[in-house]
Design a protein around this ligand. Structure first.
Ligand code: FES
Length: 141
């Protein structure tokens, strides 16, 4: 099933929106990270908070030079969403938490469709990808 989020121009780099397809009542956050689009379920795996309503920002990373004082650096600016309830941080590109990589929020594939494909989607015409390999037509279902 495909769901139309909106026009690419309405979601510039750094912007995000939350959409509510019928099958995902809590919603799905769609993020533009430097021109690439990603989508995460709007349910935090910690305690179910509205993750995608959190701030999009970076995170701090510690470094401990052998001959100096510990340093912190701000990294991955615009690539991290922080849950508004208890501030767990998630990589928007992967859905994984910053602090523990086996904790993950569900992510969804996002594609950019041509105006012609968008018109077909709006008309409710179901389409499936088709490719031609050698002399055979292969249908991907
Ligand atoms: S519910 Fe998201 S950090 Fe607790």
């Amino acid at each position: 099933m495909k769901f139309v989020v909106g026009a690419v121009d309405d979601l510039p780099p750094g912007a995000s929106t939350i959409v509510y397809p019928d099958k995902v009542k809590s919603g799905i956050g769609v993020f533009n990270v430097n021109g690439e689009f990603y989508a995460l379920k709007n349910t935090c795996p910690h305690m179910g908070g509205p993750l995608c309503k959190g701030h999009v920002r970076g995170t701090s990373e510690a470094a401990l030079p052998a001959d100096g004082l510990p340093e912190t650096h701000w990294v991955r600016d615009g690539e991290v969403v922080s849950c508004p309830w208890h501030h767990w941080e998630f990589e928007i590109k992967t859905g994984r938490t910053i602090f523990k990589s086996n904790q993950k929020v569900r992510s969804y594939p996002v594609s950019i469709e041509s105006p012609e494909e968008l018109e077909r989607l709006k008309a409710g015409v179901e389409t499936v990808p088709v490719s031609i390999e050698g002399a055979a037509v292969v249908l991907e279902i």
